[in-house]
Design a protein around this ligand. Structure first.
Ligand code: A2P
Length: 324
């Protein structure tokens, strides 16, 4: 960080609650039981296979141990080609603090099957853990660790902030989780959720978010960005940053407020586009609430590139990125 950066004071920086981490370690995972596995895309015929999976962890050290925004680990069964146990995979928790039933017993995630081709010989590639989890049936056992994560959380005083949540695909999981907590508090703040998917049929938990928008008019705003086709309400194809741009007349006012926090979760490629769009719609002072720009790279967003994140394009403590 340069000396110039250190002199920048960002108002409205939140404090975070102390949370438990790594209560259950990979060397000694707990065993949970699958109690729910359902398709959670808008259409059952969506191009991507995405499931909402709930796991009962009652009586284990994971029970009640997580807060919204954290992740848990899954240890897939079997051994690697080298004969070693598989490494754990982290999944964002989709359930609020207290879980699906409020008593800390049911953890959940949003899971997409990874199905692809090996580029070298065009044979089928199947993600090991995502397909293992998506195949599980009600009653099946699964080895779990966690919780993990202490940055991508709601602040200690959720009511003190407004939120812009930006997700693509299964990056929606932590926002479903945090929204569950905000609902329990009676939705004390304004939340704008921007959700990006390839096709309208891929929208996740779509009905739930629409209901939430009806339940909390003026508080919860559900904004979608469909990238591969137009819709009656969306006359051109949009990425999430395109939706930010389209809705700027409303969102800029929210972004200018020193109460607002931005959370971004999903595909890594969106980071740069979002930062460039923020730079395009915000005046320099408002932008500096979210982004510290090294003077050496200049303020022309068209000249920025992904490698500049997070060193020379450095998110402040008012913007949180969880991309993969
Ligand atoms: P596309 O694949 O049409 O380029 P999913 O996880 O369900 O595949 O959704 C990821 C979403 O993020 C898709 O709509 C995808 O669009 C979109 N996406 C891909 N690259 C970027 C990018 N650089 N910036 C923003 N969104 C992106």
């Amino acid at each position: 960080m340069s000396e110039t950066d250190q002199s920048i004071v960002v108002e409205g920086v939140p404090t975070f609650p102390e949370v438990l981490q790594h209560v259950v370690r990979p060397t000694d995972p707990v065993i949970g039981t699958v109690v729910e596995s359902r398709v959670c895309t808008k259409s059952k015929k969506a191009a991507g296979f995405v499931r909402h999976i709930e796991i009962d962890v009652s009586g284990t050290a994971l029970e009640g141990a997580w807060v919204s925004g954290q992740s848990f680990g899954v240890v897939p069964p079997g051994l690697t080609e080298a004969g070693k146990p598989h490494k754990l995979r982290l999944y964002s928790i989709a359930a609020p603090t207290g879980g699906e039933t409020g008593d800390g017993t049911i953890i959940s995630t949003t899971l997409k099957r990874v199905v692809d081709e090996h580029w070298e010989d065009h044979t089928l590639f199947q993600g090991l853990c995502s397909n293992y989890l998506a195949d599980l049936q009600i009653g099946d056992k699964v080895h779990l660790t966690g919780p993990a994560g202490k940055r991508f959380l709601l602040p200690a005083d959720p009511a003190a902030h407004n939120y812009i949540f930006i997700a693509t695909g299964t990056g929606i999981a932590p926002f479903r989780s945090m929204l569950g907590d905000l609902v329990k508090l009676g939705m004390p703040s304004r939340v704008d959720l921007i959700m990006g998917v390839p096709y309208e049929s891929d929208l996740l938990y779509d009905e739930d978010f629409k209901e939430l928008a009806e339940d909390y008019p003026g508080r919860f705003h559900y904004r979608t960005a469909i990238s591969r086709h137009t819709t009656p309400g969306q006359p051109k194809k949009l990425y999430v940053q395109g939706r930010l741009q389209e809705d700027a007349s409303v969102l800029v006012e929210i972004l200018k407020s020193d109460r607002t926090l931005i959370y971004i979760c999903g595909i890594a490629g969106m980071e740069l586009g979002i930062l460039q769009t923020l730079a395009g719609v915000l005046d320099p002072k408002s932008l500096s609430q979210y982004l510290t720009i090294d003077p050496e790279i200049g303020t022309d967003p068209g000249r920025w590139n992904r490698k500049m994140i997070p060193r020379t394009l450095k998110p402040t403590k008012r913007m949180f990125l969880e991309v993969y």
